[in-house]
Design a protein around this ligand. Structure first.
Ligand SMILES: [Zn+2]
Length: 245
């Protein structure tokens, strides 16, 4: 197990030997700053199998309370299916082991021209659960950051978005968590994350509206309302309506 510490030079938390940002260091910071849904001390007391078994029992009870006949072939495996889905797929963002391995590389030589330039990864599709209803919201996400002495591989931006959205979170908090994680792994200050989401809790119940929710989370110069960087990013993304679902 390698240790990690804060690297002043890169303004990032890095593995002290390899300069690879560790998943645990990122998750610890996000938790400490309230950017991941809070967990209790008991969060990691149960093993994966114990969680699946317990949630399976509870889902069976839920179906019983609602009066469904669990012996019906369509329902017979539903409690176990739901339990595995939540534990293995939909709620894994707090697991440091699942955080993508993010190695940054120096912007030297032929890549030197990228330093202080904006890198944008747009049209990242994802889905998360809203913390109010545990119903999904599908979203399209655009991420921008200004490269420092180091850069991230672009697929890492997509992987960070996908991994951190495996949780129950408000869209606003998710955007902030993604921005903060990119700050940490890329060792940069200026990050912006735009998310446009279509929330099932608004679509299939309540207002029954297909309205979409847009949120913007900016750090560093992107966090200043009228900054040129923020305007540049928004102009690059454009305002045409993109399909989410
Ligand atoms: Zn909701």
């Amino acid at each position: 197990m390698s240790s990690y510490n804060f690297c002043e030079e890169r303004n990032a938390i890095v593995d002290s030997k390899t300069c690879v940002t560790t998943g645990k260091s990122v998750i610890d910071v996000l938790m400490a700053e309230g950017l991941l849904t809070p967990m209790t001390d008991k969060a990691f007391a149960l093993s994966r199998d114990e969680k699946v078994a317990r949630i399976q029992e509870l889902m069976a009870e839920f179906l019983d309370v609602m009066g469904y006949d669990r012996t019906d072939p369509e329902l017979i495996d539903t409690p176990r299916r739901i339990a595995k889905m939540y534990v293995d797929e939909l709620l894994t963002a707090h697991d440091p082991a699942k955080f993508p391995k993010c190695t940054s590389f120096e912007t030297k030589g032929k890549d030197a021209s990228f330093a202080d330039e904006m890198v944008i990864e747009r049209d990242i599709f994802g889905a998360a659960l809203c913390s109010h209803h545990f119903l999904p919201y599908d979203f399209i996400c655009d991420v921008g950051y200004v490269a420092n002495e180091r850069m991230l591989g672009i697929s890492k931006l997509v992987r960070i978005v996908q991994q951190l959205s495996s949780t129950a979170s408000s869209q606003e908090t998710l955007g902030k968590a993604i921005a903060r994680a990119i700050q940490l792994v890329a060792g940069v200050e200026d990050v912006i994350v735009q998310i446009e989401g279509s929330h099932a809790c608004q679509r299939i119940r309540g207002a029954k509206s297909r309205a979409r929710t847009a949120t913007l989370a900016g750090t560093g110069r992107f966090g200043e309302r009228n900054s040129d960087l923020r305007k540049e990013f928004l102009a690059a993304i454009g305002s045409e309506r993109r399909e989410i679902l």
